[in-house]
Ligand binder design. Structure first.
Ligand SMILES: [Zn+2]
Length: 307
C-alpha cells in the first residue's frame, strides 16, 4: 500500500536542495545541502548520491520522488533558467544510479501543489491557484479539478507573467516578471532598492550578501525601511494574485515556500487588495506544510489522482 510507504523526496531549489524521507504528509527526517550545481547538471547526481543512499538504506526505500524547477518533459529538464540547466536527462541519471528504485520527477511547483491537493488546504477544492515563493515563483493552476498545463506541458508559469514591463530583468529573458518582484530574491532586491534611496539614516543597513533570513531579523527589529520594503513586496504579490483572479476567478489561493515560515507575508493586505477589486469570496491561505511542502509534494507525485 503506497500510503504507508517511506518515500525518498528531493526538492531542488535555486539556493538549496532538500532531501527527506516522507510518509504521506509527514516528513520523517530530512537534510538540506547548498545547491552548488548551477550550470553543472553533470555533477548533480554524484553530489547528492551519498545523502540519498543513507536514507535509502536506513528506511528500505523503493521510490524516489523529485521536484525540480523549470520545464520537465518526459523526465528531462528541458530548461531550468534558475539552475542554468538545459536538456538534462535527470530521470535517466537517477535510474542509472538507482536501478532498482522507482523514480518520478516533475516541476517543483507542480510537486508542491500535489502535496497541498492531496493532504493540505486544497483537498476537496476544484478551482484554485497555488503559488510557491522561493528563489523564483512557481505554482499550479487548478480549474474544474484539472491542472492547467497547456498543449506542450509548458503552461501555468505564474512567475513569468509581467507586472512591470520596464521592470527588473528576469532569467527568462524578459523584464518585469512577477518572479522578479514576488520571489524571495525579489524581496531582497526591493529591500536593496529601498535601502539605497532611504533618507532615514537609522534604517540604513549593509546590504551586501543580504538574505531572506536577515530580512526577517531586520523586520523583527522593527527596521522601518525594511518594513516598507516588505509592504511593497506584499503589494507585488497581491498584484500578481489579482491578475490570476481576473483570469481564473479561483475559489481559493494557497501561498507556499520556505518564506511562509516567517511572518513576512501579510495575508490581510493581500486579501483586502483582491477583495476590494471584485473578488470578495476568494480565500487566501498559507500552505499547511510551511517549508516542507516541496518534499511532501515530491513524494505525493506517486499515486496522485485528481478525483
Ligand atoms: Zn520571466
Amino acid at each position: 500500500m503506497v500510503d504507508n510507504e517511506y518515500i525518498l523526496a528531493i526538492d531542488i531549489g535555486g539556493t538549496s536542495i532538500k532531501i527527506g524521507v516522507v510518509k504521506q504528509d509527514n516528513v520523517i527526517e530530512n537534510t538540506s545541502t547548498r545547491n552548488v550545481f548551477k550550470g553543472k547538471s553533470n555533477q548533480f547526481i554524484e553530489g547528492i548520491k551519498d545523502f540519498c543512499n543513507i536514507y535509502i538504506n536506513k528506511y528500505n526505500i523503493t521510490k524516489i520522488g523529485i521536484g525540480c524547477p523549470g520545464d520537465i518533459i518526459n523526465g528531462k529538464v528541458e530548461t531550468a533558467a534558475n539552475l542554468g540547466w538545459k536538456n538534462y536527462n535527470i530521470l535517466e541519471d537517477f535510474q542509472n544510479n538507482f536501478p532498482d528504485l522507482e523514480i518520478k520527477i516533475c516541476n517543483d511547483g507542480l510537486a508542491a501543489f500535489y502535496g497541498e491537493k492531496k493532504y493540505g488546504k486544497l483537498k476537496d477544492i476544484d478551482n484554485a491557484i497555488f503559488i510557491t515563493l522561493g528563489r523564483g515563483v512557481g505554482g499550479a493552476i487548478l480549474m474544474n479539478n484539472q491542472i492547467v498545463i497547456g498543449s506542450h506541458l509548458k503552461g501555468g508559469k505564474i512567475g513569468h507573467m509581467i507586472i512591470n514591463r520596464n521592470g527588473r530583468r528576469c532569467n527568462c529573458g524578459r523584464r518585469g516578471c512577477l518572479e522578479t518582484y514576488a520571489s524571495v530574491l525579489g524581496l531582497i532586491n526591493t529591500v536593496k532598492e529601498y535601502n539605497m534611496h532611504t533618507i532615514d539614516e537609522n534604517s540604513k543597513i549593509s546590504d551586501e550578501k543580504l538574505s531572506g533570513y536577515q530580512i526577517v531579523q531586520y523586520a523583527k527589529g522593527n527596521n522601518k525601511m525594511v518594513l516598507s520594503a516588505i509592504r511593497k513586496w506584499n503589494y507585488d504579490i497581491a498584484e500578481g494574485i489579482l491578475n490570476l483572479c481576473n483570469l481564473f476567478d479561483p475559489q481559493r489561493i494557497v501561498i507556499a515556500g520556505g518564506i511562509t515560515e516567517s511572518d513576512l507575508i501579510d495575508l490581510e493586505l493581500i486579501k483586502t487588495f483582491i477583495n476590494n477589486r471584485g473578488y470578495e469570496q476568494c480565500e487566501v491561505y498559507l500552505t499547511s506544510f510551511k517549508g516542507k511542502t516541496g518534499l511532501i509534494g515530491a513524494a505525493a507525485n506517486f499515486d496522485f489522482k485528481l478525483n
